[in-house]
Design a protein around this ligand. Structure first.
Ligand code: ZN
Length: 160
């Protein structure tokens, strides 16, 4: 069965950066299951998977525009510490989730200077080329319920 929109795809993946460092991998764990054509994975990878069959292995390079986007300087903000009241002691690397116009966004504390805190809302992989090594494990039709929910049920999916 070919990978096409509305099918449930199970893959093993390894993600590397420009320096060939492994950023993420399903190797040694559960494979990832997703529904093709629903934007559940980065656009460049979803496009590269279209038409593939179970058993296929391939590598694909995804540019930032088809990955996690370009860094947006407007998403870097400085706030006084008191604006983050209730968060306890603020440390570098702390993350805050905020609800904005375009959904949930995660801000990471990247610097602390005196009473000012720098928060960066860019995805940590923004501006990065993504090097995926993929093995297609299984391709099957999605159930009506999975299509309705927009995610995969059963092994590798939701509602365990
Ligand atoms: Zn569901």
């Amino acid at each position: 069965m070919d990978i096409t929109s509305g099918r449930v795809v199970t893959i093993h993946y390894t993600l590397k950066n420009d320096a060939s460092e492994i950023l993420d991998s399903s190797a040694g764990g559960d494979p990832l299951a997703y529904i093709q054509g629903h934007g559940n994975i980065v656009a460049g990878l979803e496009r590269a998977l279209e038409g593939r069959k179970s058993g296929e292995r391939f590598a694909v390079t995804v540019a930032p525009a088809d990955g996690y986007g370009q860094r947006d300087p407007a998403l870097v903000q400085q706030l006084p510490k008191r604006a983050l009241q209730g968060a306890g002691e603020i440390t570098r690397g702390m993350r805050f989730q905020t609800r904005g116009e375009d959904g949930m966004r995660v801000f990471t504390v990247t610097a602390i200077s005196g009473d000012m805190v720098t928060l960066d809302g860019n995805h940590p992989l923004a501006d990065q080329n993504l090097y995926f090594e993929i093995e297609v494990i299984e391709v099957r039709a999605a159930t009506a319920e999975e299509i309705e929910h927009g995610h995969v049920h059963g092994h590798g999916g939701h509602h365990h």
